[in-house]
Write a protein that binds this ligand. Structure first.
Ligand SMILES: Cc1cc2nc3c(=O)[nH]c(=O)nc-3n(C[C@H](O)[C@H](O)[C@H](O)COP(=O)(O)O)c2cc1C
Length: 199
């Protein structure tokens, strides 16, 4: 499938058939997610993966009982990583290890540090969440390209998820994406006219 076909054939799947996706393919999807674009390349997200039935059943009432949660193969929970200072340190180390010269990247690192310091905790969370949504975009199109289906979902209780999954406070569930093999049929695509999306 070329990219255009992927975009046109992907749809928000409402129910999966319960079959598990091969782990090799799941790992390929995680690679597509890992290579998502992000502001400053700081990659401020973490993906929590749930595949056991018991946890999915516990998460179901925290997801408006939407059937995707219990019928999917893997449930990907895209979380915002709000410890951005640590990410800057990590990226700097990685750049140096890749051969960058400290003085040459100093301005770039300072720009990131100033940017981070200028945000309130709330702004930092929103910024990280925006990046998580870019990764979500790769996930939903990537799933279709790899031969399975997905559903982006905001219909869940982020605080309840964090509690149930034992996530630390700096990792904030933002949007979820069950993946698996569809057990439903896509509805006809409905979109606004091309002219309506031009501001
Ligand atoms: C951020 C986001 C949150 C969504 N949340 C849900 C959800 O909780 N449950 C659901 O069934 N669909 C959800 N959807 C799917 C949308 O309803 C769907 O993408 C839209 O109707 C267009 O249909 P299509 O994706 O099949 O083309 C969500 C989509 C996005 C992008």
């Amino acid at each position: 499938m070329n990219f255009e076909e992927v975009v046109m054939k992907r749809y928000a799947t409402k129910s999966f058939d319960g079959k598990m996706i091969d782990e090799t393919k799941v790992n390929k999807l995680l690679e597509l997610i890992r290579y998502s674009a992000s502001s400053f390349n700081l990659q401020p997200w973490k993906v929590k993966i749930v595949k056991d039935r018991q946890t999915k059943e516990k998460l179901s009432p925290l997801s408006w009982n939407q059937p995707q949660i219990t019928t999917c193969s893997h449930l990907l929970i895209f979380c915002a990583e709000t410890e951005v200072k640590e990410l800057i340190d990590k990226l700097e180390k990685q750049m140096l290890a890749a051969g960058a010269e400290k003085e040459k990247i100093a301005n770039y690192i300072k720009m990131m540090r100033d940017f981070e310091a200028g945000m309130t905790p709330e702004q930092r969370l929103i910024w990280a969440q925006k990046q998580a949504y870019i990764a979500l975009g790769n996930a939903i199109n990537g799933a279709k390209a790899l031969g399975f289906d997905s559903c982006p979902m905001e219909g869940f209780d982020p605080k309840g998820y964090a509690r149930e999954l034992g996530l630390p406070a700096h990792i904030v569930p933002t949007v979820v994406c069950p993946i698996g093999f569809a057990n439903d049929k896509p509805m006809a695509k409905m979109r606004f006219d091309a002219k309506d999306i031009i501001a």
